[in-house]
Write a protein that binds this ligand. Structure first.
Ligand code: ZN
Length: 508
């Protein structure tokens, strides 16, 4: 690999100066980085030349929150709030852990789908209970290394029993049933932090594209010493501290019930809100929470599709932006979303916020959504110096879309076409770190047909086992439904809420 010159393209850099304003020109890539952007660039002899005519070149998209653990559960569930869905997608009564080859394929499939829909960077909040094992984490890193995607990968952790992280659980669930849900001592903060240090040593920085990410699952699911230890390590190693906060109405009740304050206030008091902190969801935050988050400089990942699929609500994105919070976009896992497409998330988010109130000045613009899907995501991943915009010196993480497609014909405003008309299928070239990893719609590093065939052959047996696990967990569903209902009642005063109006008014 030496130089690549993309000539005569329509370019959208997403940099601070030009944002979403397109212009015509060339992009010169030298090894892994962008060397120059402008008219009539000259490349060294032997450079690969890509014809950019009738193509849009823009930064690769960043999926700032996903979970590879869910990739085989696409299209499997519906009509469940988070607390019920978790029983099936992350069963409390676990079955055998997924075997190593399937673990690898599950992550590879996510990377493949991501690249094919224009995502060049993703933050995978990988969760692999009940243990933390470097070899299994290594299979995930290996899959991303093989696919050629840029990724942050965690080994998500929780060390508080699920029933102690949910309001009302101990009073709702019969004592004899609780007895059957004893899973032995949870991991200590010290042991987990040792594991993280070993994982950083083993995997952080490999290929120049992969990083480790510290991901305590949620404040109410981790002990205070685990949260503060994770945050200190994230600061020490300049890594993201990535957590789920206030996704559901149950979680809105959790803080006051367990700590006498909101979960965001609880995190602020522990000192774990800061520039390294990424908060996934942030649906049920109040003004005081948002002020704390803005002051601390956190990033929020808006998972618009997942939040609708699980009936979680609508994050107050405009108010978060006013408070000074950076916004990124995430799909969340492929089970609570059903695709890994950030184009889908942009479009849904763009449409959704029109329903958040009549003041159309507060609705989100295509340009703001593209910002969230690129530079906002890069900041969340702590990669803003590396990716998210096309600028000399940054990694050549870019995608090329076909402007002759129906979605861009006739052409009005490219940013609006991208958000409201385009989808991942319009991406025909993807470059990560200067390497073309997809060309003419085909991945260059992976034998797609062979991988998909192997998945079709091997996964049904795994899913049959999972069906049995689901059956055992189904017995718990009525109590988890009751926890969800009681929380909604506590928060809204309505025990059986009658549609959206009762669930969402706080955010309007
Ligand atoms: Zn998530």
């Amino acid at each position: 690999m030496s130089q690549t010159l993309i000539r005569n393209a329509t370019i959208m850099t997403m940099d601070a100066e030009r944002g979403t304003v397109p212009f015509e020109g060339d992009v010169l890539v030298d090894e892994t980085t962008i060397k120059a952007i402008g008219p009539d660039l000259a490349a060294e002899p032997g450079a690969a030349v890509v014809d950019g005519r009738r193509k849009l070149v823009m930064p690769g998209l960043v999926n700032a929150h996903t979970h590879s653990s869910e990739t085989f559960f696409r299209g499997r569930y519906e009509k469940m709030p988070l607390e019920v869905w978790l029983l099936y997608a992350y069963p409390l009564l676990m079955g055998p852990v997924i075997e190593p080859r399937l673990l690898y394929l599950r992550s590879l499939l996510l990377a493949m789908e991501s690249l094919k829909s224009g995502v060049t960077t993703m933050s995978d909040c990988f969760f692999d209970p009940p243990r933390h094992e470097l070899e299994r984490l290594g299979a995930v890193f290996q899959a991303y290394d093989d696919a050629g995607i840029r990724a942050n990968v965690s080994s998500g952790v929780m060390n508080i029993h699920t029933l102690d992280a949910l309001p009302f659980a101990r009073e709702v669930i019969p004592r004899d049933v609780q007895e059957t849900l004893q899973f032995g001592p949870p991991i200590t903060a010290e042991a987990y932090l040792d594991y993280c240090r070993a994982a950083i040593e083993a995997f952080d920085g490999i290929s120049g594209r992969l990083k480790f990410m510290i991901a305590p699952s949620a404040p109410q699911r981790c002990t205070a010493d685990l949260l503060t230890g994770c945050y200190a390590l994230a600061l020490e190693r300049s890594l993201p501290f990535h957590s789920h906060v206030l996704e559901t109405i149950t979680q809105a009740v959790t803080g006051p019930e367990l700590y006498g304050k909101s979960l965001v206030r609880y995190m602020a008091d522990l000192g774990v809100l800061g520039r390294n902190t990424t908060i996934a969801h942030s649906v049920w935050v109040d003004d005081a929470d948002m002020a704390l988050m803005g002051e601390a400089g956190v990033t929020v990942v808006h998972n618009a599709v997942s939040n609708l699929k699980l009936g979680a609500g609508v994050a107050p994105v405009r108010r978060l932006m006013h408070a000074g919070v950076t916004i990124a976009l995430g799909t969340d896992g492929v089970s609570s979303n059903d695709t890994a497409s950030i184009f889908d998330v942009m479009r849904v988010a763009g449409l959704l916020h029109g329903a958040s109130g009549p003041d159309h000045a507060t609705w989100l613009s295509a340009s703001e959504l593209l910002q969230a899907a690129t530079v906002g995501g890069a900041r969340s991943a702590m990669l803003e110096g590396v990716t998210g915009s096309l600028e000399p010196g940054k990694a050549a993480d870019l995608i090329m879309l076909d402007l002759d497609a129906y979605a861009f014909t006739p052409l009005n405003d490219i940013a609006r076409h991208l958000v409201y008309a385009a989808n991942g299928g319009h991406v025909d070239l993807v470059m990560v770190g200067g390497e073309v990893v997809m060309r003419d719609g085909r991945l260059t590093r992976v034998d797609e047909a062979a991988v998909l065939a192997e998945i079709r052959e091997r996964v049904p047996a795994y899913l049959a086992g999972h069906t049995e696990v689901e059956a055992r967990n189904r017995a718990l569903e009525p109590w988890f439904t009751e926890i969800h209902r009681r929380s909604a009642a506590r928060h809204t005063g309505v025990y059986r809420y009658a549609g959206d109006a009762a669930l969402w008014p706080r955010n309007w």
